[in-house]
Design a protein around this ligand. Sequence first.
Ligand code: PEP
Length: 247
Amino acid sequence: MARRKLVVGNWKMNGMRAQLPEVEAIGRIAATNPSVEVGICVPATLIEPASRVSGAAFIGGQDCHMKASGAHTGNLCAGMIKEAGASWVIVGHSERRQDQGETSADIAAKATAAHGDELKVILCVGESLDVRDAGNAEEVVSAQLLASLPAGAAADWLAIAYEPIWAIGTGRIPTIEAVDSMHKALRSALASRIGAEADAMRILYGGSVSAANAAELFAVPDVDGGLVGGASLKAESFGPIIEAAAV
Ligand code: PEP
């Protein structure tokens, strides 16, 4: 099944209004690579101004609350992110699972809330170095995926991002064989839950994606794009990654 590549930047807690020209430049690169769906998940404060200048690139949020409103100081619900101009949102990033203690059940609830407010969702999963070294990463990440998967998960609103925690921001990536094997395992875990829909669902790789390794990663049959942190902050480094995904 042909799946359109999805390449998304995760700016994390980086980016002020002074960086909006980078958003604009990434939008121009997206426009010249229409075979790739391109987006940038910016800090919440930039969603509205970024969405005005991002052109062909969509703007996403980096998290949302599972409730629609209420006494949750400092949080944002999916509807707020959508109203600000986002069309996608990341849920379950390992930095939130670790720093905020989010559970897979929380993440499934956040994905459901996001879908209810018509946001598309990137759901992140990935193993620690201990799990990788113990040799059971595929079982652990498959179980994490199934525990985080919202009811009614479908390829037109949900994508998965496999991000080995030990590869995030470290410059290290798994071997191409390990990426291939993990993505196959995740697709088969998805199929056990959602049947043939698994074939259409995009599974992104994330963790130290760069201009140097993107083409090799994106050539893996079950890698349907990338979630890119550090290299997405500048159009100069993100552009070649987007181009590597183009057909
Ligand atoms: C991320 O945190 O989503 C990520 C993939 O970061 P980096 O590309 O910087 O490793």
